[in-house]
Design a protein. Structure first.
Length: 243
């Protein structure tokens, strides 16, 4: 009996230490994100404020191989075209997400989850395997006075992913190899009668989607600064994948 109590106490101490380490890491990266970014509104999505890298930030001019204050490249501090398009689409069509549970796969800055909660989603989960991305998404949610959930596990074809009503894929078709890993999952989601939306400017990796039954729902002309920062892409597109 005493041994069991000691083991239980030890596990509690370990869990508390893990929680403390997580909190310290959370605070550390919150400070770094706040220091390295600017709070801005995108021209196409003025309703939402985000911590982003802008021309006023040192990181904007840093090269890939230069030392940065993150373990991985901070893609979550950029508002990518597919995310812009999906976020605008949700804000313009709140009925799609109202009272629904949604998964924002590869969530980055978390804009889509934030928009979904602003539009009345029951649950909005920002899912990214980069833990600092999750911290950034939570910071952005607080900026906009909403509460989102977060998930750091890889949910590609994971059983838990089928519990959501809608899954959004923004900017995840950046190369054909990774994009190809998503197709079986998308097909399984459709078989389980989930709604699937994709946001993308038409990158090379998006070609793997040509065998999907895609319906283009919206096309957004991008602001000049977004065009210039994204290799000249002019439009952001939103598609729904049909069965």
């Amino acid at each position: 009996m005493l041994l069991r109590k000691l083991i239980k106490l030890k596990n509690i101490v370990i869990n508390l230490n893990q929680f403390r380490c997580y909190c310290e890491k959370f605070v550390k990266y919150e400070r770094i994100i706040a220091h390295e970014t600017e709070i801005v509104n995108n021209e196409l999505v003025p309703e939402i404020k985000l911590h982003l890298i802008t021309p006023n930030c040192k990181l904007y001019y840093s090269k890939i191989d230069e030392s940065i204050p993150f373990k991985n490249d901070p893609f979550f501090l950029i508002f990518w075209i597919g995310g812009i398009a999906l976020t605008r689409f949700v804000l313009d069509n709140p009925g799609i997400v109202k009272s629904k549970t949604i998964l924002d796969f590869g969530s980055g800055c978390g804009s889509l989850s934030i928009a979904a909660k602003m539009c009345g989603a029951k649950i909005a989960v920002a899912n990214d395997i980069d833990e600092v991305s999750i911290i950034a998404a939570q910071m952005n949610a607080r900026l906009n006075n909403v509460i989102i959930d977060t998930e750091i596990r890889n949910l590609i074809d994971h059983p838990d992913s089928f519990s959501y009503d809608i899954v959004f894929f923004g900017d995840v078709f950046y190369d054909e190899e990774f994009a190809s890993t998503l197709l079986p999952w998308i097909e399984n989601l459709l078989e389980k009668k989930k709604r699937v939306f994709i946001g993308d400017p038409g990158r090379h990796g998006f070609k793997v989607c040509r065998n999907l039954n895609l319906t283009q729902l919206q096309q957004y002309l991008l602001p000049e600064n977004v065009k210039n920062e994204n290799n000249g892409f002019e439009f952001g597109y939103v598609w729904e994948v049909q069965r």
